[in-house]
Design a protein around this ligand. Structure first.
Ligand SMILES: [Zn+2]
Length: 177
């Protein structure tokens, strides 16, 4: 999970919502990814999707049997669904995501009957570190938005704008202070 957090920090530095994912088979890291929705302008470029892709390519197989995915934030319905399809054995996540979390918070995709696969879930691992990174990210977004509103700084972050970056997700970590 520490390595998944490193991925989240990489996303943070790139101006992306800071989520990271590492996929492990045995003691070997087979895939990793960080959120790149803004950079790639792609709604599906979540850390988990990128890590799943990387792991499949490392293993030469779309079936990630025997793999554990470590994610800093509770996966959304797309990513939880992808973990099902990829047949991972276990998903370990850090912070819960009340608005979009699909492994227990909003819904639990594993509860739907009829899947031919399921996986174990463990949560709360390095949760405080993961959510404080999220809070810090949205705190900076708000601060930068205020600077722009007051006409102070027009072209912030070298144009790597995250304005409007997943506002619904941000609401979950928006502890106005
Ligand atoms: Zn997702």
């Amino acid at each position: 999970m520490a390595l998944a957090l490193e991925q989240a920090e990489e996303a943070f530095r790139a101006g992306e919502v800071p989520v990271g994912c590492v996929i492990v088979q045995g003691s070997r890291i087979v895939g990793r990814g960080c959120n790149r929705v803004e950079g790639l302008s792609e709604a599906s470029a979540h850390a988990e999707m990128i890590a799943i892709s990387a792991a499949s390519s490392t293993l030469g197989d779309w079936r990630l049997e025997g793999c554990t995915a470590y994610v800093t934030l509770e996966p959304c319905i797309m990513c939880a669904g992808a973990f099902l399809l990829a047949r991972v054995e276990r998903v370990v996540y850090g912070a819960p995501e009340p608005k979009f979390g699909a492994l227990g918070s909003r819904i639990d995709v594993r509860q739907v009957e009829g899947w031919n696969h399921s996986f174990e879930v463990m949560s709360g691992v390095l949760a405080e570190e993961a959510s404080s990174l999220m809070r810090e990210f949205f705190r900076r977004l708000r601060r930068d938005a205020r600077v722009v509103e007051s006409g102070g700084l027009e072209n912030r972050c070298g144009g790597n704008s995250t304005e409007g970056s997943n506002p619904s997700l941000s609401a979950s970590f928006d502890d106005e202070d």
